[in-house]
Design a binder for this molecule. Sequence first.
Ligand code: ADP
Ligand code: ADP
Ligand code: ZN
Length: 217
Amino acid sequence: MYLVLLGPPGAGKGTQAERLEKELHLPHIASGDLFRENLKRKTELGLLAKKYMDRGDLVPDDVTIAMVRQRLQRPDCDQGAILDGFPRTLAQAKSLDEMLAEMGRRLDGVLYIAVPDEELVRRLSGRWICRRCQTPYHTVFSPPAQKGVCDACGGELYQRDDDRPETVRARLKVYHQQTAPLIDYYRRAGLLVEVDGSGDIETVSTALLKAIRSLMK
Ligand code: ADP
Ligand code: ADP
Ligand code: ZN
């Protein structure tokens, strides 16, 4: 089963993808995590992506598409994948259709996690991420058992540079201009399922699983 999690920055895509990964036994592929891993390893791609990420802009389509294509070709994506943060533009969405077609597969559904902008700012300003396994936490809404330490792997938690208020504003603008049009694109394709993302983490998880079950029928 190939699923896309669509939604603004801070909607809870990463949080929910981790839960779905365990529930559905599908790999979680987050384009933002792939860029951050590249940056940590100081690859050419990572250094290029950083320039855009620091401004809250999207990394150009050609490099983003090539990176995700490579990831999808790994054997663990044979039976499906949960895509988080990709596609973010119409060009990426069209490429994804092509990539899956080349693999003899197709997209099964797009889960759109809808959250109002004011709530997103609250979520992003309190977000802490694990340096090792990328699990997201929140100082208030999802705190780790021990401050600064990842529950899942014991790794160190840090705040992302691009979660600063100025950059968050830029990212939200980019989301509304470049990514929100995908809602209509996927609705027309009959693939969109909208889930209310404004409730607490458990409530959203339950709604997502229900939506996925409806897609499987
Ligand atoms: P969030 O989880 O807050 O939505 P991500 O970790 O998905 O943020 O993305 C962080 C940054 O990485 C984005 O602001 C953008 O610069 C870059 N990025 C991630 N995914 C894509 C993509 N599909 N296309 C272009 N840029 C991307
Ligand atoms: P995205 O991947 O869409 O950018 P994340 O999953 O990283 O979003 O979540 C953004 C922040 O909000 C994190 O700090 C996370 O712990 C928190 N969060 C996620 N879902 C919820 C929710 N339903 N209610 C409150 N906080 C949430
Ligand atoms: Zn961790």
